[in-house]
Design a protein around this ligand. Structure first.
Ligand SMILES: [Zn+2]
Length: 311
């Protein structure tokens, strides 16, 4: 990487003694000296964790990530009888942190303030109000952007957020922002890997339990997975294209969908690797995207005088 030696050099130039020595040595052999400085300065390892960086390392992290930051989004909710409340948070952070290690990005700390009204009847659920979910997320991304995160990739770890996050992204068009919100909302591959044994597998089931066997095996109590039923109780008689907020409770009142006892380490390894690879690809695509912010700005400008917009 060319960026790191240059920054290290810039920092040492701020100290007078270094600067003087640099001038004396390099006055005679300017070009070889400069090249040697670049060749021998090792690239310092930067943490991908926002909270672990010093202020000056944070500046370097934003530079190295080209302003790309991840916001892994979890939740606190019951996960069957056998997985911890923070399953989605633990899993999504595992995937996002490993992805950022491969393709550098600054990763925001634990965030779990999402949509989970449907689990308010279960112990340990933290269900923030609708307005607060949106306001807190907006202030969080605004503050991230003020600190240089001009491309914010929300990596969603919780199925209950799958309406909230596209809605949040859409509402970024309400007024100008100098950054772009991207949402990545996949956690499980549709095909490939070890054959699955269960058909219903939506929450704390075979896939999710398998992934937790990779990210935090010490928190998985697989021997308890069959203590409750994760079967679809199908109690609501409505056509599929008619939506109600109570739909989940009508089908899975134990907040368990599937059978975690079918989980295996092999399935978890396959799915977690797929997830990490997918986030790496998303980070690379976001870094390469030079269109969204440009067109977002064009859109904001045009939206101030819509009568002038011509086909
Ligand atoms: Zn989950």
């Amino acid at each position: 990487m060319m960026t790191t030696p240059r920054t290290t050099l810039t920092r040492s130039l701020r100290k007078p003694s270094f600067f003087l020595a640099f001038l004396i040595v390099c006055s005679a052999f300017w070009s070889p000296c400069f090249l040697r400085a670049q060749a021998t300065t090792p690239s310092p390892k930067l943490s991908v964790h926002w909270e672990e960086l010093t202020a000056s390392d944070f500046r370097e992290g934003i530079h190295r990530s080209q302003g790309t930051c991840l916001l892994p989004f979890g939740i606190l909710e019951k996960h069957g009888p056998h997985l911890p409340l923070g399953t989605d948070l633990l899993d999504v952070r595992y995937a996002a942190l490993h992805a950022a290690e491969q393709e550098y990005a600054v990763v925001f700390p634990e965030y779990y303030f999402g949509q989970i009204a449907e689990a308010r009847h279960e112990p340990g659920t933290m269900a923030y109000s609708r307005n607060l979910q949106l306001a807190l997320l907006q202030e969080t991304t605004d503050e991230m952007a003020r600190n240089g995160c001009k491309k914010i990739l929300i990596v969603n770890g919780h199925g209950g957020n799958d309406s909230l996050l596209p809605f949040f992204a859409q509402t970024q068009l309400d007024k100008p922002h100098d950054y772009v919100v991207y949402v990545f909302d996949e956690r499980t591959p549709q095909h490939g890997g070890p054959a699955k044994k269960t058909k219903i597998d939506m929450h704390a089931g075979e896939s999710e339990t398998s992934k937790m066997m990779i990210s935090r095996p010490d928190t998985v109590h697989q021997d308890r997975a069959a203590n409750e039923s994760g079967a679809d109780q199908a109690r609501q008689k409505l056509p599929e294209d008619v939506y109600t907020g109570i739909w989940w409770y009508t089908r899975f009142p134990n907040h368990y969908s599937g059978d975690g006892s079918a989980a295996t380490h092999e399935l978890g390894e396959y799915q977690m690797n797929w997830w990490i690879d997918s986030v790496v690809k998303a980070i690379r695509a976001v870094k390469a995207d030079d269109v969204s912010l440009k067109l977002q700005n064009e859109f904001y400008e045009k939206s101030t005088h819509p009568l002038d917009t011509q086909p």
